[in-house]
Design a binder for this molecule. Structure first.
Ligand code: CP
Ligand code: NVA
Length: 308
């Protein structure tokens, strides 16, 4: 495709509902092929550069394994082992890296840094997590919900905890795909609708009590109390978040068939009890695996457009 057709995936709202419908269908096909050991290598000779300015397990393994499975290859860069850590401008890095690879995934701090890279990139750029958003994770979460429970349209997702990158992205997904998020955060850690980047205030509802946010929810989800980049606030956050722990009482007021999700890594005894995350309603391992399948569909879409 020509340059004019080039798409980036920097926030969840960068794609429309019908593009998500397509991607979720493709994901199911791609996942089935993987499970059946069917070779599918449409990205032969394509290269993905992965830039990590923060730590990762799932994001790295899922993109790297996914790219190899599709016949492509990867280049892994971190701040410390590249010129990114020695103050080469992000715009120059984008110009150079994007002349040698076909696709770039970046995990960094400010969304503005990702946007600056994308603005100077010749190839599509994917958000692998920023302080503000984590769209690939929510894409995996939605695919996982659909696998277990069917369509997410009209459903209720309870968000318990920090008004962080995951929370912001859930709100965007609710706006694009037509569901509702019940949000409960400690005071001082609220959602900022402007940062979340949503127009429709009806896609979420705020609850002071995390238990109330979970009432009748179809999906209950949480995240670490302290995200990467906020480690200096760790002790303060431990005090503020003490009541924002998803436990069996919270799961008991949700729908009887509610699923529990967590993007991982998890801290048992902090944001979730072991009973819940290791219990029968938890789908966290499918959720983690599905990162790879949704991202394979996403990479295929950004590089090749619609198949068939
Ligand atoms: N959920 C997630 O993005 O995990 P990693 O930080 O391990 O990549
Ligand atoms: N909110 C967490 C998610 C980690 C995958 C963070 O940004 O550290």
């Amino acid at each position: 495709p020509g340059m004019s057709l080039m798409k980036h995936y920097l926030q969840f709202k960068d794609l429309r509902a019908e593009e998500y419908a397509y991607l979720l269908e493709r994901t199911a096909i791609i996942k089935k092929r993987f499970k059946n050991y069917e070779k599918y290598q449409p990205l032969a000779d394509r290269t993905l550069a992965m830039i990590f300015e923060k730590a990762s397990t799932r994001t790295r393994v899922s993109f790297e394994a996914g790219m190899y499975q599709m016949g492509g290859s990867v280049v892994h860069l971190t701040t410390g082992d590249s010129q990114l850590g020695r103050a080469e401008p992000i715009e120059d890095s984008a110009r150079v890296i994007s002349r040698m690879v076909d696709l770039v995934m970046i995990r960094t701090f400010e969304q503005s840094k990702l946007e600056a890279f994308a603005a100077h990139s010749r190839v599509p750029v994917i958000n692998g997590l920023t302080n503000e958003y984590h769209p690939c994770q929510i894409l995996a979460d939605i695919f996982t919900f659909i696998e277990h429970r069917g369509s997410i349209a009209g459903k209720t997702v309870a968000w318990v905890g920090d008004g962080n990158n995951m929370a912001n992205t859930w709100l965007q997904a609710a706006e694009v795909l037509g569901f509702t998020v019940h949000v409960s955060t400690p005071s001082g850690y609220e959602i900022d609708a402007a940062v979340a980047g949503i127009k429709n205030a009806n896609c979420y509802k705020v609850f002071a009590d995390p238990r109330e946010a979970c009432r009748n929810a179809d999906l209950v989800t949480t995240d670490v109390w302290t995200s990467m980049g906020y480690e200096a606030e760790n002790e303060k956050r431990k005090l503020a978040f003490a009541d924002w722990c998803v436990d069996t009482d919270m799961m008991a007021v949700a729908q009887p068939d509610a699923v529990f999700m967590h993007c991982l890594p998890a801290h048992r005894g902090e944001e979730v009890t072991a009973e819940v995350i290791d219990g029968p309603q938890s789908v966290v391992w499918d959720e983690a695996e599905n990162r790879m399948h949704v991202q394979k569909a996403l990479m295929e879409y950004l590089l090749l457009g619609r198949i068939g």
